[in-house]
Ligand binder design. Structure first.
Ligand code: SF4
Length: 346
């Protein structure tokens, strides 16, 4: 948390860092040095930046800080998943979920404090909207967990709708994938969205990260009753847009489909989903529903999920049933609420 009046440099893109150093009378190349220290060498202060002159380090420290802050709490699941709580400068809390899995370690990060999209089955949605995260607060989640160095993947699937906070999300993607930043391949990153079309178009045009679309029902009226966004951006329009992009080669398109008993788990829905996806190379993740307080929906049975999966596979669509992680600590899909109680683990 930034508790003083210093401005964090973490979360700034190279052009923004350049503006900072030039305004302080330093050569423009100092910005590249700063970016390397912050994003590649993971410096937390100016003292270690030994290729910057002492005078310049002092100048910077009068107005700026690196801006790293540690999680304020964490909870570890029996399956090794760890949920981290980050307290923002305004006191609002967001969560990130660290998911180790064989040779992969994925961090699921948040993009907003709460969410205004109002999906009826989602704990974050039920909590309401309390503000957008800055690029500083987004990148800090990735750099400040104890396992930061072991991360292989980042998914924007935590609290909030990334396409409802497009500028900080795009800046974060630039920091993660640029040579002067983390220099990660875009293939290590997935952005999940319910399909806000205007911002989704920008994400598709200006990045090559993987995209995941939360569909949950292929039928307009039924989806609208679960996800109000359907009224503004029908999922059919979302897939019409997606059909114009190539997902067979460099980037991947996946569909998130939570399955509820008697709601979206039968042949009619499988057929409609096949029709919806027919012009895209999408693969489907079928997800068990994790009960949350105040929501009467029940997860589909294993039999229904297997039948649904086989139905999609029979139509040439790769579909898998996703293994749940972190349900015991309310870290699974749709369960994040920014309320982890324990102190951070060392
Ligand atoms: S599912 Fe995603 S978009 Fe919908 S309310 Fe939850 S966080 Fe927001």
């Amino acid at each position: 948390m930034n508790e003083n009046s210093l401005t964090p440099l973490l979360g700034m893109t190279l052009p923004q860092l350049r503006d900072v150093v030039v305004a302080l009378g330093m050569p423009a190349f100092t910005a590249t040095q700063l970016a390397e220290w912050i994003y590649q060498k993971h410096a937390t202060g100016f003292d270690v930046m030994n290729n910057l002159s002492k005078v310049n380090r002092e100048k910077l420290s009068r107005h700026y800080e690196v801006g790293r802050y540690a999680p304020s709490g964490s909870q570890r699941s029996a399956d090794g998943t760890v949920k981290y709580l980050f307290t923002c400068a305004d006191g609002q809390a967001v969560e990130s979920v660290y998911i180790p899995d064989d040779d992969r370690a994925t961090l699921c990060i948040s993009s907003q404090k709460g969410c205004k999209m109002g999906c009826t089955f989602c704990m974050t949605g039920r909590q309401g909207f309390h503000g957008n995260l800055t690029a500083h607060e987004i990148i800090n989640q990735i750099l400040s967990i104890p396992d930061a160095d072991s991360l292989t993947n980042v998914v924007f699937m935590g609290m909030g709708e990334p396409m409802d906070n497009i500028n900080p999300v795009m800046a974060s993607l630039q920091i993660l994938t640029s040579k002067w930043g983390f220099a990660w391949s875009p293939k290590r990153i997935t952005v999940s969205t319910i399909g806000k079309l205007d911002s989704l178009r920008r994400l598709l045009d200006e990045s090559s990260v993987h995209v995941a679309i939360s569909v949950h029902s292929p039928l307009h009226d039924e989806r609208a009753s679960l996800m109000p966004v359907e009224n503004a951006y029908p999922v059919a329009d979302v897939f019409e847009l997606l059909s114009r992009y190539d997902f067979a080669h460099q980037r991947r398109l996946s569909v998130e489909y939570i399955m509820w008993q008697g709601v979206n788990d039968d042949q009619r829905h499988a057929d409609a989903l096949v029709r919806l996806l027919r012009h895209t190379d999408a693969r489907v993740n079928l997800i068990r529903f994790h009960a949350i307080p105040g929501v009467k929906l029940r997860t589909a049975t294993d039999t229904a999920m297997l039948t649904f999966r086989d139905n999609l596979n029979a139509h040439g669509i790769i579909a898998t049933i996703r293994r749940s992680r972190g349900e015991d600590i309310f870290a699974a899909c749709g369960m994040l609420a920014g309320k982890t109680g324990k102190k951070a683990e060392k």
